[in-house]
Design a protein around this ligand. Sequence first.
Ligand code: NAP
Ligand code: MG
Length: 520
Amino acid sequence: MEFKNETIRDFSIEKERNAIRSALNSIEKSLPFEIPISIGRTEKFSANRFVQKNPWSPELVVSRVSYSNVHDLEETIQISKMNWGPWKERPQQERSTLLMKVAERLVSKKDFIISVCIWETGKQITEAEIEFAEAVDFCRYYATIANDQLSPKNINLLGEDNLYYYQPKGIVSSISPWNFPMAIFTGMCAAPLVVGNIVLAKPAEETSATAFEITKCFWEAGIPKEVLHFLPGLGSEIGEAMVTHPEVAVVNFTGSRDVGLSILKAASLVSPKQRMIKKVICELGGKNAMIVDADADLDVAIQSIIPSAFGFQGQKCSALSRLYVHNDCYNKLKERLIASLDGLLIGSPLDFANRIGPVIHEESYLRLLRLQKENEKFLTGITSLYPKEGFYVAPSLYEPPEDSEMWNSEFFGPILAMQKISTFAEGIQLANNSDYALTCGVISRNPKHILEAKLKIDVGNLYINRGITGAIVHRQPFGGGKLSGTGAKAGGPDYLHLFVEGKTFTENTMRQGFSRDTLQ
Ligand code: NAP
Ligand code: MG
């Protein structure tokens, strides 16, 4: 198997634009999506449902999501235990082939899945296209490396046979966020499954329709329903139960820092019926910086800053929120940033011309408006024209003092803070001055500074002379350190190892009186 990244369509071609447009327009007729719980071969709906409103037309309900509960989880665990044996004993090649089929199935439903995601999240079309490609890449990449890397290794000596092989860990709870409901949800299911684990998938409430469409692709491609269960619902109910259940071997979590840290704590308690130490993978938030050096190409700086800070309304863990700019170019860059902000087109993602859409829901919208209000005295630039209906938050630029929360807290919205630096070294020191360590950017033409940045900036993904979002599977394994995460590096060569454990067989092949090799 050879891995190749999925291609991204060029929407300047009319045919491509028309295909996605007609899929997007067709969604409205099917609303709302009714999202079930799927436990093995049984599908059911809860009486109460979570309602996800459309972010640009909140009067429209996009999905009504069933709440799964602890009884559903218990049923899932029993089915999983009965079905793990045959699944883990299948040859690796077979599971990898199935995952390749999942990728094909996803591609065959591309426009529909992207459209569901856009209606649920308000994501701009090109951003959704790139995210979808990442979902497909995760399937193909993990299928390929599982085949290449995880085959058993023999070391046989005279009189001694050794075998080192990998065994899946068992039941994996994959708990995912709403901001990349195609890519992250897919990757968090695909990796544990391909190496023979059972997956209990809990999507974020907001994006359960997207996640359900993707889960259907796994089943349609031949992944048994008994090894991939779909448990939508509340993080505080089904999510917590999926963390603490004694039969869950791995908690695979991506989301906010507070929830991640509470999961680490809950999973560390060993309940009386528990027979293993739970493994917890936590990929958390970021407060990501960019340093613009004295000699920076300001065109490159602007092209890097705007999409990194405001793409998908700043709702990316990798988004830029702290900008450190050298004195020598500070005023010039600030002037250009203010002008670019005012030129940003904001509106519904159904229109290709719009660069910025609405934020995910009313709660985020009100929280971000409050933050903008609280920091109004530091405001430097803001997009003035934007629709007043829908959850639109104007992209905004601030110059807050050093002790402001704007330098520390993840806001998860289109809010950028900027500050002057006198030296590149000061920029590095400020960039590192954070609990988070996810992404960082450097815009510089000075090779010595670029080298210094590579040596001294402590983040998971450092980007030089480009934007700091949009990591590509295989080329840029993604994930942070410090309080940004456990360093799992999704889309990288080590990721699958999180879902297996090594086993060693050693056999003494010397026999008194006969040699195995002489047996006929
Ligand atoms: P979140 O509120 O932490 O939720 C993430 C998932 O955890 C959701 O499915 C949520 O369920 C569930 N959950 C909530 N409380 C739980 C609990 N007590 N026990 C178990 N599960 C629980 O995060 P979000 O708002 O969806 O996503 C945004 C955050 O994710 C940001 O902080 C962002 O930086 C981070 N993120 C990190 C990465 C990365 O790779 N490092 C990537 C993307 C996003 P509900 O649906 O009920 O809320
Ligand atoms: Mg949530």
